[in-house]
Design a protein around this ligand. Structure first.
Ligand code: ZN
Length: 159
């Protein structure tokens, strides 16, 4: 079996009045991610991990934030396009593991919905998509509720 691993990391500032979109789900909160797109930190980290595993560059290469067509775009569409790119290269996704770092709100109630949203796009089962969440124990920009971070690893295999 020909397998390849990929790593993705993404950061977004949090600001009042923005929608908080994580893992393809809108989470009720007074702050949300700042970005050119919907600022979905988890889907962006997963896209970067997928592109990295296929050695296809990064999300900024394929979906530049200077391009008006990506303004406020639903990041589920970016994930779908990323899956199309790795499929064209002859790969399919084995599994994903990820960790979100944010101080609030609590993410656990939304994880099953995120897994379902991502599974539908990628065409794998929820049990192949791990999403974990942690705070930074009040430390740093995450602890000050100024931003959110996501890390993702993926494993691809040749089709
Ligand atoms: Zn991002």
């Amino acid at each position: 079996m020909n397998i390849r691993i990929g790593l993705g990391v993404d950061f977004h500032q949090l600001a009042e009045g923005r929608k908080l979109v994580i893992g393809g789900i809108t989470i009720p909160h007074h702050k949300g991610g700042v970005g050119h797109s919907d600022a979905d930190v988890l889907l962006h980290a997963i896209c970067d991990a997928l592109l990295g595993a296929a050695c296809l560059g990064d999300i900024g290469v394929h979906f530049p934030d200077t391009d008006a067509q990506y303004k406020d775009i639903d990041s589920k569409l970016l994930l779908k396009q990323t899956i199309d790119l790795i499929t064209e290269k002859g790969y399919s996704v084995v599994n994903i593991d990820s960790t979100l770092c944010l101080q609030e709100p609590k993410i656990k109630p939304y994880i099953a919905d995120m897994q379902q949203a991502i599974a539908q796009i990628i065409g794998i089962t929820e049990s192949d998509i791990s999403i974990k969440a942690t705070t930074t124990e009040q430390m740093g920009f995450v602890g000050r509720r100024e931003g959110v971070v996501a890390y993702a690893t993926v494993l691809l295999e040749t089709i």
